[in-house]
Design a protein around this ligand. Structure first.
Ligand code: GDP
Ligand code: MG
Length: 193
């Protein structure tokens, strides 16, 4: 985004090919241990054989078909790659959409999610970027600290979408990424009109 080199002449002819070649950058945010890398691996179709690989950072490239139209996503799991302020700022700037993850078993990660939402709003003030708040680890019923209602109420306040997932059971992970694509398309369409 941001280039205006060929605005007037190309816009009519190249709309459809532009849409096809569009790659959406989606950035995962959230506290350590909430399941960002697990969600990313499910999205990327990487089978983890039981052990948790705690590699510093990864990106996953995948096309998914949503509403009969293909979308290419690059998913960035780099929020914790290092602790530099530079990286955090970079993350806040680079995304076309954001997934803010907390764990339903960890209240403080839920509070952290709100902080991240505020930081993001500050970094991208006038932009209306799609954000989905994700309550992960929904399978851990007995150690739940954040209710579904609290999660969805928070999403209303922060004007973003909300979904609960379980990376372990692959529950709602597909829905999450389809939701992201729909959100991005919606905002794009409303911008173009
Ligand atoms: P990250 O630090 O946000 O990248 O979190 P990880 O993906 O590394 O996950 C942290 C820990 O939580 C790991 O031991 C995962 O196996 C576990 N975990 C992640 N998602 C889930 C989930 O949906 N359910 C359960 N029960 N455990 C999960
Ligand atoms: Mg991780």
């Amino acid at each position: 985004r941001g280039s205006c080199a060929s605005d007037s002449s190309d816009s009519v002819i190249s709309t459809s090919s532009e849409a096809e070649s569009q790659v959406y950058k989606v950035v995962l945010l959230g506290e350590h241990g909430v399941g960002k890398s697990s969600l990313a691996r499910v999205f990327g179709g990487v089978e983890d054989a039981g052990h948790d690989c705690d590699e510093a950072g990864n990106t996953y490239d995948r096309s998914i078909v949503v509403d009969e139209e293909e979308a290419s996503i690059v998913l960035y799991d780099i929020w914790e790659q290092d602790n530099s302020q530079w990286l955090k700022e970079q993350c806040m700037r680079m995304g076309d959409a954001y997934i803010i993850v907390y764990s339903v078993t960890d209240k403080s990660s839920f509070e952290k999610a709100s902080e991240l939402r505020i930081q993001l709003r500050r970094a991208r003030q006038s932009e209306n970027i799609p954000i989905i708040l994700v309550g992960n680890k929904s399978d851990l019923v007995r150690s739940r600290e954040v209710s579904v209602d609290e999660g969805s109420a928070c999403a209303v306040v922060f004007d973003c979408k909300f979904i609960e997932t379980s990376a372990s059971l692959h529950h709602n992970v597909q829905d999450l990424f389809e939701g992201i694509v729909r959100q991005i398309r919606l905002r794009k369409d409303s911008k173009e009109e």
